[in-house]
Write a protein that binds this ligand. Structure first.
Ligand code: PMP
Length: 397
């Protein structure tokens, strides 16, 4: 089986022996503190280090405004709990990260998607959504957005689009929740400034060590304006007492004693080879009528099938052909996305990616033959969004 489905980072290139030795030393020298309860906001030395990491994306922040979380996933949950009541609306890109959609639903919020183009979420559509929802008496609590190498599309906001979005946040008085786990995994250019680097007032920022170091430590963070930060700490304490203390000691040691910036360059080279393998294999193996995005970083390509095909219905046939992907419907709160799939290039080797794309191409071609032969239209009768899913966007395919 070649799995192009999961989003697991490939951490095999980490210097594991040296990290193991450093952790042994940590236990010998600081074990009593490292294995003890800690601060609900997160350890001060860890928060200081995080300001250095965020400076790579031009964010100037104070360690006091950071709350450490159990991965950015917990950050999503804490922010939602602090801001939202049941029935509130959260705006999100169409499509958006499945884990965030789950958190928003668990907190009984309604997700309303806003169309994207090849530069990210479309400001005019965002303005329209905010006005329409408010006119209908709905409470719109924030825009959830992933500006860099978005999960699942791989699309990034240009600098101009970022500026437009923060200006719009002021114009319509809307909070932005910026989720940025992939920003440093840029493959073709230097990182662009985060939304939070452009505006400290309207942006709550989520960061994570899961993709730049390792997800098993479960350390992420929220950077929020002071008043919000205090509420986040209380919510964090009620959920976990404190974020994982041992992990914070281990990560701080890693950042102090290892060349973590150099390690990110190693990760970039490894992911670039995988991304390039996928983007070179797709035109060779996909039938006419397929489209896909060209990510400049991160883990994901978003593929649109030829008209009439359904990625969910096709999945069992793909698995029989020993290739897996994530159907597009997972990334929409409103059931759209049946013509789409997310392909991850992060985990398999380039050779396996090429083999996986070849198998997938064969499955799609067979599906087209079945459809032509039996006249079966396997796409459910529902509208297809005129955003990334269709249309002649210059950067798509
Ligand atoms: N946000 C996005 C966009 C993600 O892709 C992920 C992981 N797949 C997360 C948040 C959660 O990451 P973690 O909790 O490991 O920091």
């Amino acid at each position: 089986m070649v799995s192009l489905a999961g989003g697991m980072p490939n951490i095999a290139d980490l210097p594991r022996e040296a990290i193991g030795a450093a952790i042994s030393k940590l236990i010998a020298e600081n074990g009593v503190q490292a294995m003890q309860y800690g601060s609900g906001q997160g350890e001060p030395f860890m928060r200081d280090k995080i300001t250095e990491v965020m400076a790579e994306e031009q964010i100037a922040a104070h360690a006091d405004d950071i709350v450490i979380t159990c991965g950015s996933q917990q950050g999503l949950d804490l922010v939602t709990r602090v801001f939202c009541d049941p029935g509130d609306v959260i705006l999100a890109e169409a499509p958006s990260y499945v884990g965030a959609l789950g958190t928003f639903h668990a907190n009984q919020c309604e997700v309303v998607h806003v169309a994207m183009d090849e530069h990210g979420i479309v400001p005019q559509m965002l303005r329209h959504a905010v006005h329409t929802l408010r006119a209908a008496g709905r409470k719109v609590k924030f825009l959830y957005t992933i500006p860099n190498f978005q999960n699942p599309t791989g699309v990034s906001q240009t600098l101009e689009r970022r500026r437009e979005l923060v200006a719009l946040a002021h114009e319509v008085d809307l909070l932005i929740l910026e989720d940025n786990p992939y920003g440093l995994l840029t493959l073709d250019e230097q990182p662009l400034p985060a939304l939070r680097a452009l505006d400290a007032e309207k942006v709550v920022y989520l960061g994570s060590f899961s993709k730049t170091f390792a997800p098993g430590f479960r350390v992420g963070w929220v950077l929020a304006p002071h008043a919000v930060r205090e509420k986040l700490v209380l919510t964090q304490e009620s959920a976990t007492l404190c974020p994982p203390v041992f992990s914070q000691f281990a990560i701080a040691k890693y950042l102090d004693e290892f060349d973590w910036r150099g390690q990110i360059l190693v990760f970039r080279d490894m992911y670039r080879a995988r991304r390039d393998a996928m983007l070179e294999a797709l035109p060779e193996h996909m039938p006419a009528g397929s489209q896909w995005t060209h990510p400049r970083g991160g883990f994901f390509v978003w593929l649109t099938l030829p008209e009439g095909l359904d990625s969910q219905a096709m999945l069992p046939r793909a698995v029989t052909a020993r290739v897996a992907y994530t159907p597009g419907t997972a990334f929409y709160a409103d059931g759209l996305g049946s013509r789409n799939m997310r392909l991850s290039f992060c985990f398999p080797t380039p050779e396996r990616i090429i083999e996986g794309v070849k198998r997938l191409g064969e499955v799609i071609k067979a599906e087209l033959v079945t459809r032509a032969t039996f006249g079966i239209d396997v796409t459910p009768a529902q509208p297809i969004r005129r955003d990334l899913t269709v249309g002649p966007a210059p950067d798509v395919n």
